[in-house]
Every structure is written in structure tokens, then in C-alpha cells.
Design a protein around this ligand. Structure first.
Ligand SMILES: [Zn+2]
Ligand SMILES: [Zn+2]
Length: 655
């Protein structure tokens, strides 16, 4: 039976490919010299003997793409590719020197040439003319990458890895392409299972299943679990650190895809573990999410090793994961199986963060998953998107979903922050701001850059110390200005990036410099004092009442940050040798709300009120129990939708 079914599926697939191929051939002008098509991940590659004719008039390609509803990429047959040395010369002649090309790399497996430049706009040229020129003269398909304005080892590393693994990537994408284009019968049902991050913050993971497809949305760990020495303080529980993958009824390789909303560890921290245990499928994310993950995951493993623990996975697993990633920008509709279409939209939370829109079957069902989301003013991003083609069910985060989670407006929050800094430094003290290295740190950097420095309207001109990790995250922001707010994007493009302001001083190695010189501000991760540089600074600053610590983000209930925030007068902290020592907390402990990358209660409510169209069912997640329950009740009433706060391991049939 099975074999027979397999055969007929194969026949259907073959027939469908032939139809697709002849449809594309018929729509192309004969002179283009149609060769064949290939599937490459979600894309269709059309090989032509004479692609010049298409480059001259791209309406042809646009018409075909809209008729087959898939992204089409044109490539010339490999025999027509110009010798790379000669092609490089032509590229250098065609691109004006002001573009500042930093790298040209040829990827023969993809007939592509990667041109990395400080000003990609000049490589592209007016209406893409320069790119077209390169393609027409060399037959290589040019791809443009932005050189970050600040040096980033992470970006260099990821780009080099993609280049080195070109042959593997081609094989992998061809295999995934075949799987995606495997025809699927109409699915009779659709269900979701909460595997982590429901009625809690951490280890976010949601399994979505039909009879034919299985995908995970996010696969995180609980905030920095297992950092030795801090466990006693943090009360972290290893059983609650990872999503319930083994309790769900499937094996890793039955998964068709992992879809990530953003790079934070509580959403992506478990993904390399899947690869360690044999997952070979695709991981979807935006390009900045991929790069930030490379930074955060490697940092996590180093941190665990440094504190004497054993990380869940190592660099090799992270590299394996990176080579299996498929990147999509906001708004690109992408088939991830024959019946599932994924589209990312802006979530306003951190660089590259996305809400996920999933279209299931032909109009059968539509899901929006917010990931972590900010529907309000920030200095880095536009508010989360509220426009989707269709929505049946909404999964919404509830970090600040409780009735009392109303944060002050940003203007007041910035004023409060600056006031505390001014008072502390005028008093000869130091200010420690613990913050997530990706997200809050950059937001606070842009705020401080606005108020401090030699021309400070508040007269605050002290150095702001950062560790390399935060600097690296900021550098990644400068490679993706198009993901930032217009005003910030323009500053970066005109070489006035706030991240490169002279008020910032980078700690290289010893922390004494920041601690022994006079008044200063120190931004250090982690945000919840769960490990990392912030804990070390805290230990060394805590006993002096002249100093201040300012919390600007979320502290999970079991974190050391929460205990300090609640007024603990003495805590045990690891010293240089990792031995726990008692430390008196005499420094001023302050919390300034309003900088969060999460929506507060009012913003969550107005997000749902402004959502178009309105969902019929609503599920809360990513919040403490009471908050998830309360928010579900309130939102359900507002929009007259079925609403629930599922528990971990709950399965809900949606259709
Ligand atoms: Zn997040
Ligand atoms: Zn989160």
C-alpha cells in the first residue's frame, strides 16, 4: 500500500514539475534560451542560455512570478559564466569607487557573485542599472551585501561560512526545494501543541501540525539556565529549562521546518541542540536574526564553559544550524511546505524580530504569532505591524499583560533615566545598567547618545562603558539599517551612526578601567543579572551607596535581578574564582519602566484593537500565569473572540 502511494505521489510531483516547467518556458521569449528549472529551498531557479534578454526587461519575470505565485531567480547556464578574474575587473569598472567595495566573492554552485560594499545603493545603481550591467556582461548573478559601518566579526564569520559551505548549501537547498514542492492532499485538520513558554517566560516553542506538515515556531531555552554559581540565587530548575520536545509525539526529523521569530535565547536557544541530535531540515529567520543568533548562541556556550558548566551544544552544532538556515525579509511570502505559506512582518522588538503569519491550505486557516512584540514608540524600530491578509487565530505575548503593567510614556522614562544618571555622577558615583546585549543595550545607547556628551543639555559628560559583546551587537545593527526606523537608518547611511558616538568607551579585557576612573555609566549584559559581565560589575559596585543600579527591562521571577529589584539587602555572588561570597547591597536600586522592547498592557490591548482583520480565536503566551490568564479574558471580551491561556503541553484543534 505504502509503496504504491509513494509512487503515485512521485508521479504527481513529476507531472506538476513538468507543467510548471512548460508554463515558465511558454511565458519566456524564445531568445532567452530556456534550459531547465531547479528548486532551491522555497525558490525556483530558471536557467537560461541567454539571460541578457530578461535583464533588459524584467516585467517578463514579474509576470511569471505572479502567475505561478513563487519567487523566481534567473541564472545563466554555468557554461556561460565569465572567468571570475575577468568578471571581477568588469565589476570594478562598472561600480563607482564611492561605493567602497570591500569584498567580491564568486559562488559557482549558485552562479552568483557576492559584492560587499559600504554603499550598496551605488552597486545597485539607478533602478538597478549597474546590477543589470554586471549580470549582462559577466552572466554571473550579482548579490549585494552591506559592509557594516563598524567592524563585526560575527558578520564576517557568518558570510565566510556561507561561502565556504556553498556546495553543501546547494545540495541542502535542492533537497528542501524538492520536499517543499512535494504535492500534498488537502489536510483535514490543524492542531497546535504548546511545548514551552505558555504561562511562563522562557523556552518558547509551539508545534503546529496537519496530517501532512509539522513545524515548530521558536525553540528556546529558559533565560540562561545552568550558569553555575548563580543557580542557588536564581533558583533555576533544569526541568523547566527546555521545551517539551520529547513529550510531543514526533521525532525531530519529522519536522518540516523550524520558524524563528527572533534571536533571543528564550526563542532560539534550543535550535543547535536539534542539530546535535540529527535534525537536518531548514530553519527560517530574517537575515539579522541569523547573524544575531550566531553572536548570542556562541556567547552562551562560552559563558557556560567559563562558569564551569557543560553547554548543551558546541560551536560545531551552531555552525551546522547556520548552514541550514533560510533567510527571508519582511513581506516575502514563502512556501515552507506545499500547504504552508510563511510571511514575516515587523514586530518592533529587536533587530530582525518578526511576527509570523502562516497561511494553511488554500484559504483553510490563518495564524498570526506575535513572538515578542512592541506596539509603541522606541528609538530603534517602527511599532509592530497590525495589517495581515487574514487572521483566524492570534497567539499573543503577555510579558506585561497584567492589569497593573502600565508603563510610563517614553518621554517621562527618558527624563527619569537621565535624572538618576545626573544625580549619581554629580555625587561621584557610577551607574550600572544591566541590559540584554541585543535589544535593550542598543535602545539605551541611542537614548544616552541623545542626552550625554560634550554638548549635553543636562551637562552630563562622562564616559559610557560597553563590553565587546554589546559593541558587536551594535555593529550588526549597522549592517541592516533597512530594518531600523527611517531616522536612524538615515543617520547610519550618512555615516553618523549613534553607536559610533565618542561617548562610548569599549572595555577590552580588564574591567578596572571602568571601575577605577571617576563617575561613569556602564551598560553590561545580562539584563536579569543571571550571569555575564553585569554580575561582576554588580559585585564590585554594590557596597558603595554613591553608586546606582538601574533596571530597564524584564526580570524573570526566579532571576537574581528580580530579587535585587525587590530589595534584597544581601546576595551571594561569585567572585573571580567563581566562589560565592556574600555582598551587601548598599547602592541605589532603581527601576525605570518604559524602555521595554515588549508592549505594556495598554499597547497589547491597542495592538489587538487595531489588528486587521480581527481574529476569531486568541491565545496568550510568554507571560507569567496570572498575566496570561487575565490578558486572555480581557482581550477576549474586547474583540468577542474565543480566548484562552493554554498551559504547556495543551493541544488545541484549530480546524
Ligand atoms: Zn525577545
Ligand atoms: Zn522572549
Amino acid at each position: 500500500m505504502e509503496e504504491k502511494k509513494g509512487n503515485s505521489e512521485e508521479q504527481i510531483a513529476k507531472q506538476r514539475n513538468e507543467e510548471l516547467s512548460s508554463k515558465i518556458r511558454d511565458m519566456l521569449p524564445g531568445e532567452a534560451g530556456y534550459e531547465h528549472i531547479e528548486f532551491e529551498g522555497p525558490d525556483i531557479i530558471v536557467y537560461l542560455k541567454n539571460p541578457k534578454i530578461i535583464y533588459q526587461d524584467d516585467t517578463v519575470i514579474r509576470n511569471i512570478a505572479s502567475s505561478i505565485k513563487k519567487k523566481l531567480i534567473i541564472r545563466s547556464d554555468s557554461s556561460a559564466l565569465m572567468n571570475p578574474e575577468k568578471a571581477q575587473e568588469i565589476i570594478k569598472n562598472l561600480v563607482p569607487p564611492e561605493a567602497v567595495i570591500s569584498n567580491i566573492k564568486f559562488m559557482p554552485d549558485f552562479s552568483e557573485v557576492y559584492i560587499e560594499a559600504l554603499k550598496p545603493g551605488l552597486v545597485i545603481g539607478k533602478s538597478g542599472m549597474t546590477l543589470k550591467g554586471i549580470a549582462m556582461e559577466t552572466n554571473w548573478s550579482p548579490k549585494v551585501l552591506r559592509t557594516p559601518t563598524m567592524n563585526s566579526d560575527t558578520i564576517t564569520g557568518v558570510r565566510q561560512l556561507m561561502f565556504n559551505e556553498g556546495t553543501f548549501r546547494k545540495k541542502f537547498l535542492t533537497k528542501i526545494g524538492k520536499a517543499i514542492n512535494q504535492p500534498i492532499m488537502k489536510s483535514e485538520w490543524l492542531k497546535v501543541t504548546s511545548l514551552g513558554g505558555f504561562r511562563e517566560v522562557g523556552r518558547s516553542s509551539l508545534l503546529l501540525e496537519t496530517p501532512h506538515s509539522k513545524v515548530l515556531i521558536d525553540c528556546g531555552i529558559s533565560p540562561e539556565p545552568g550558569i553555575k554559581g548563580l543557580e542557588a540565587n536564581a533558583g533555576s530548575d533544569a526541568n523547566k529549562a527546555f521545551p517539551y520536545l520529547d513529550s510531543a509525539n514526533f521525532t525531530i526529523n519529522e519536522l518540516d521546518a523550524v520558524i524563528l521569530t527572533h534571536a533571543h535565547m528564550d526563542h532560539a536557544g534550543f535550535v543547535p541542540y536539534l542539530f546535535k541530535y540529527g535534525y537536518e531540515g531548514p530553519v527560517y529567520a530574517t537575515p539579522p536574526t541569523r547573524d544575531l543568533m550566531a553572536l548570542l548562541l556562541n556567547d552562551y556556550t562560552k559563558l557556560v564553559v567559563r562558569s564551569g558548566g557543560t553547554p548543551l551544544y558546541d560551536e560545531k552544532d551552531i555552525r551546522k544550524m547556520l548552514t541550514h538556515m533560510i533567510c527571508r525579509d519582511y513581506g516575502e511570502v514563502t512556501n515552507i511546505t506545499d500547504e504552508l505559506k510563511l510571511t514575516y512582518h515587523n514586530a518592533g522588538h529587536i533587530l530582525g524580530s518578526s511576527t509570523v503569519h502562516l497561511h494553511v491550505g488554500e484559504g483553510m486557516y490563518n495564524i498570526v504569532h506575535t513572538g515578542d512584540m512592541k506596539y509603541g514608540f522606541t528609538r530603534l524600530f517602527d511599532p509592530a505591524s497590525v495589517k495581515y491578509p487574514r487572521i483566524d487565530a492570534l497567539f499573543i505575548e503577555s510579558t506585561y499583560g497584567g492589569p497593573n503593567d502600565i508603563t510610563p510614556n517614553r518621554h517621562d522614562a527618558e527624563r527619569d533615566l537621565i535624572e538618576i544618571i545626573k544625580r549619581t555622577v554629580n555625587n561621584g558615583g557610577k551607574v550600572l545598567i544591566p541590559a540584554f546585549s541585543v535589544g535593550r543595550s542598543q535602545e539605551i545607547q541611542v537614548v544616552l547618545e541623545n542626552y550625554m556628551g560634550p554638548n549635553s543639555p543636562y551637562g552630563i559628560n562622562v564616559p559610557v562603558y560597553l563590553e565587546g559583546m554589546i559593541l558587536e551587537a551594535s555593529a550588526i545593527h549597522t549592517a541592516y539599517p533597512e530594518y531600523l526606523k527611517e531616522s536612524l537608518k538615515n543617520r547610519i547611511l550618512s555615516n553618523m551612526s549613534p553607536f559610533e558616538s565618542e561617548i562610548f568607551e569599549i572595555i577590552k579585557g580588564e574591567r578596572e578601567e571602568a571601575l577605577e576612573r571617576g563617575p561613569a555609566v556602564i551598560i553590561a549584559s545580562s539584563g536579569m543579572l543571571n550571569g555575564g559581565a553585569s554580575v561582576d560589575y554588580f559585585r564590585r559596585l554594590a557596597e558603595d551607596p554613591k553608586n546606582s543600579l538601574i533596571f530597564v527591562g524584564y526580570n524573570s521571577p526566579n532571576s537574581l535581578g528580580r530579587r535585587v529589584q525587590n530589595g534584597a539587602s544581601e546576595v551571594a555572588l561569585p567572585d573571580e574564582d567563581g566562589k560565592l561570597v556574600p555582598v551587601k547591597v548598599n547602592m541605589g536600586i532603581r527601576t525605570v519602566d518604559g524602555f521595554s522592547g515588549h508592549s505594556d498592557r495598554r499597547q497589547l490591548m491597542s495592538f489587538v484593537e487595531n489588528l486587521r482583520p480581527r481574529p476569531k480565536a486568541l491565545f496568550t503566551m510568554h507571560g507569567e500565569e496570572q498575566k496570561c490568564e487575565d490578558l486572555a479574558r480581557t482581550l477576549g471580551r474586547i474583540i468577542h473572540a474565543d480566548s484562552r491561556a493554554p498551559m504547556n503541553l495543551d493541544t488545541t484543534r484549530l480546524k
